[in-house]
Design a protein around this ligand. Structure first.
Ligand SMILES: Nc1nc2c(c(=O)[nH]1)N[C@H]1C(S)=C(S)[C@@H](COP(=O)(O)OP(=O)(O)OC[C@H]3O[C@@H](n4cnc5c(=O)[nH]c(N)nc54)[C@H](O)[C@@H]3O)O[C@H]1N2
Ligand SMILES: Nc1nc2c(c(=O)[nH]1)N[C@H]1C(S)=C(S)[C@@H](COP(=O)(O)OP(=O)(O)OC[C@H]3O[C@@H](n4cnc5c(=O)[nH]c(N)nc54)[C@H](O)[C@@H]3O)O[C@H]1N2
Ligand SMILES: [Mo]
Length: 709
């Protein structure tokens, strides 16, 4: 379907089917079957803008390193030695490998890994396609939650009774102040409308406070104030803000009585009137108390609280980072508590403090269905390696013997690379679909070449109230195939071909999904590339905020559970507490491992244009560098309880004292002593989860740094 033809080139709507969740409406210009350029689709309007990862996605699609044939492992696992195979041989080997594991160990000994690769397609979805296949062949161990948001997904329903408590970015038009709490919207996108809306608010004179241990691009470009905080200690800062609100009469007592349960206990705790106190020893959560725990000067905490009270409604927009920490559950509950006590929850211009993106329904459209499985069981993503290594004896629901990896590079992106490698070594059989020979693929027995999203027609879900049509604008290289087609062939080889396809190819599924949607004009959707849901200015929980008795929450009290028995039943403390990361003598520095704007996790890392701009150094603050005799560019050794790496450091005031930062997503390269020389963040992280959610704590790592010289 051609939108515009000019000088022999064709321009078609496309959209990244990627994990940043940007939902960026893009236009690809194609000449002679090759994508020449990608730009923003004007149909997205003035606020929806893509980023370098989308505008240059063709570089990934055209990369010479793309896999073009099936590969069968010939060397030891991880050696990267493979031979090429035909599709028919590769499909037979996978069918035989999975069949042998099922025969020997029963159904459900196969774990599904990955999924983020293309996780936003109606048809080409790297979470649902393997699940559909694995459930048809007897079941599998599925990932019950992701690395991204397990802690928030666990905690938010306890407090709010729902996952749907976000806001549409356009509602920032009504905000008096915006607090980006661990949210790096410029680099991470997570909804491509946010940046423009925050920028507009800033131009209007609205204060935009960025709370982050790093002075991020977001702090520099969108912020009016950077408030550095030690990672994994946000709950202390939040309690101290509550302290100022409570002691200075900012709390809207009437609104709190109508909307919240357990405020009295929270208040007692914050004021230190409880034996337990907020911290240890019944101390009140004063700004001075918090300063010692979170590194933010008490005066700045008080100033922030004052500014907050003056500029309501305040939109508190949390990143996912604050919950990917030890005690992240507390940050989730306290962010909601801040919005509840000030009365900005569910109010236009405010927010619930809960997960902001993906927190509201998307337009209705059917997806390729995942059938129920006879023997499925689940393991949280963060636990996958431990589950493989310890199985039932370790309390997991299955003894796992095989891994099916689609759209993930978990050996690199999972916490604790050494444990992940041990887990991959322990498997009897493993298979991977990917576009590239990743580290994870190098540990698999069979690797199958998959297509890029530019090579497929699909509808892409966004985290907002619109859908995107993404056209197939170019052909895959060599013999690369869609994951759907690969699974269809495998299912056929394993005797459930028709059950998998229902007689449809991927395009027929896409037509069926679009037909089963709220989109009335499918042709127009394909032409413009965008379908807008009815309301673009939704405020989650608005009905509850307006009428708490008439539209109660699905919590035991029908209200926001600030504290109480519902929290205890979920394994949380009755009242929120400062459960924080505390540095120790052996490892006095706190490491954060955020996302690079030039990568999607491990993707794009080796594409020359991106590689040239990528920052792979360890950020060290000037004070911490001086204390260790480090100069900018020096090679350093970084150690944690998990591992060791050697890499250059960057001495920069963009990271606060006491914190070091290394962007996640680099493939490890070990020297003969087992020291990573590439700067692969998860060599240092631990897979010990934060409890009770069992979420990842990838931003809670303690390290020491010394000169390598
Ligand atoms: N460019 C790019 N964008 C992405 C992705 C990507 O790989 N690349 N991945 C996407 C995915 S899957 C997700 S889940 C989201 C991730 O979203 P996030 O988890 O929000 O992203 P991070 O970069 O890990 O962290 C965001 C910011 O929080 C800061 N931070 C770290 N720990 C803490 C803390 O304890 N407290 C506070 N206040 N700040 C902290 C970091 O310095 C960083 O600047 O991003 C999405 N967007
Ligand atoms: N230290 C640290 N580690 C982290 C994080 C952190 O903040 N710090 N963040 C965590 C988060 S939030 C997440 S979501 C995870 C993500 O971790 P992963 O899910 O492992 O992310 P990627 O490295 O992007 O791996 C996706 C793979 O899918 C492939 N792929 C892309 N499209 C397709 C497709 O259509 N089909 C197939 N078969 N493959 C495809 C890509 O080539 C890539 O190899 O990382 C986590 N790891
Ligand atoms: Mo994520």
């Amino acid at each position: 379907m051609t939108v515009r033809t000019q000088n022999g080139s064709t321009t078609l709507p496309v959209a990244c089917n990627r994990d940043c969740g940007g939902g960026c409406p893009l236009l690809a210009t194609v000449e002679g079957g090759r994508v020449m350029r990608i730009a923003d689709n004007p149909a997205g309007g003035p606020h929806l803008k893509g980023c370098v990862r989308g505008h240059r996605a063709w570089m990934q699609q055209q990369a010479p390193e793309r896999l073009t044939t099936p590969l069968v492992r010939t060397g030891p696992r991880g050696s990267g030695r493979f031979r090429e195979a035909s599709w028919s041989e590769a499909v037979r080997l996978v069918a035989d490998g999975l069949g042998a594991v099922r025969e020997k160990h029963g159904d459900g000994a196969i774990i599904s890994l990955g999924g983020s690769g293309s996780c936003r397609g109606v048809v080409h979805d790297t979470v649902d396609l393997p699940a559909r296949f694995l459930n048809l062949i007897g079941g599998h161990v599925e990932q019950t939650d992701s690395y991204s948001s397990a802690t928030s997904r666990y905690t938010q329903p306890v407090v709010l009774g729902t996952q749907q408590a976000g806001i549409d970015p356009a509602t920032l038009r009504d905000s008096g102040m915006i607090v980006l709490w661990g949210a790096n919207l410029v680099d991470c996108i997570m909804g491509c409308e946010w940046r423009a809306r925050v920028r507009e608010a800033k131009r209007r004179g609205v204060p935009v406070v960025v709370i982050d241990p790093r002075r991020t691009t977001t702090a520099r470009l969108l912020g009016t104030e950077w408030l550095p905080v030690w990672p994994g200690t946000d709950s202390a800062l939040m309690l101290a803000l509550l302290h100022v609100f409570i002691t200075e009469g900012t709390v809207d007592e009437k609104s709190v009585a109508a909307h919240a349960s357990g405020y009295a206990a929270l208040r007692r705790r914050v004021l230190g009137l409880d034996d337990a106190g907020s911290g240890a020893g019944g101390e009140p959560a004063t700004p001075e108390w918090a300063e010692r725990i979170c590194g933010v000067p008490a005066a700045r905490i008080v100033a922030l609280a004052h500014e907050w009270a003056r500029h309501r409604p305040v939109a508190l927009v949390p990143g996912l980072s604050i919950q990917r920490t030890v005690g992240g559950e507390e940050a989730v509950r306290l962010a909601i508590a801040l919005q509840t006590v000030t009365g900005d929850l569910g109010r236009l211009g405010g927010s619930s403090g809960g997960r902001t993106w993906g927190g509201l329904p998307q337009p209705r459209i059917a997806k390729i269905p995942v059938p129920p499985a006879p023997a499925s069981s689940g393991v949280p993503a963060n636990d996958w390696a431990d589950a493989v290594l310890r199985g039932r004896a370790g309390g997991y629901p299955a003894d796992i013997r095989a891994a099916y990896n689609v759209g993930g590079n978990y050996v690199v992106q999972g916490a604790d690379v050494a444990a992940s490698i041990r887990a991959m070594q322990a498997l009897e059989f493993s298979v991977c679909h990917d576009l590239f020979l990743t580290t994870t693929a190098s540990y698999c027995d069979v690797v199958l070449p998959a297509t890029h999203w530019l090579e497929r027609d699909d509808v892409v879900f966004t985290l907002a109230n619109y859908l995107l049509f993404s056209h197939r604008v170019t052909a895959p290289p060599g013999q690369a195939r869609d994951d759907y087609a690969i699974f269809a062939d495998l299912a056929e080889a394993m005797g459930c071909g028709h059950a998998y396809t229902d007689g449809r190819d991927a395009d027929a599924w896409l037509r069926a999904c679009v037909a089963d949607s709220e989109i009335s004009d499918a042709e127009e959707f394909r032409r413009s590339g965008i379908y807008w849901g009815a309301d673009q200015e939704r405020v989650g929980l608005a009905a509850f905020a307006a009428d708490p008795a008439g539209a109660p929450l699905a919590t035991p009290s029908g209200k926001v559970e600030l504290s109480g028995s519902g929290c205890v039943a979920a394994g949380l403390t009755a009242t929120p507490t400062a459960r924080v990361l505390a540095a120790d003598e052996a490892f006095p520095l706190r490491l954060v491992t955020p996302k690079s704007r030039f990568r999607v996790h491990t993707q794009l890392a080796e594409i020359p244009w991106f590689r040239a701009r990528d920052d792979r150094a360890l950020w060290v603050s000037p004070g911490d560098a001086a204390a260790r005799g480090l100069a900018d560019g020096d090679e350093v050794i970084v150690t944690s309880a998990q591992g060791t790496m050697r890499l250059p450091c960057r001495v920069t005031a963009q990271v606060m004292a006491g914190v070091v930062s290394l962007m996640a997503g680099v493939e490890p390269r070990f020297d003969s002593h087992g020291v990573d020389t590439a700067g692969s963040a998860n060599v240092l992280t631990t897979a010990v989860p934060t409890l009770p959610s069992r979420g990842a704590r990838l931003h809670s790592t303690l390290v020491e740094v010394r000169s390598a010289g």
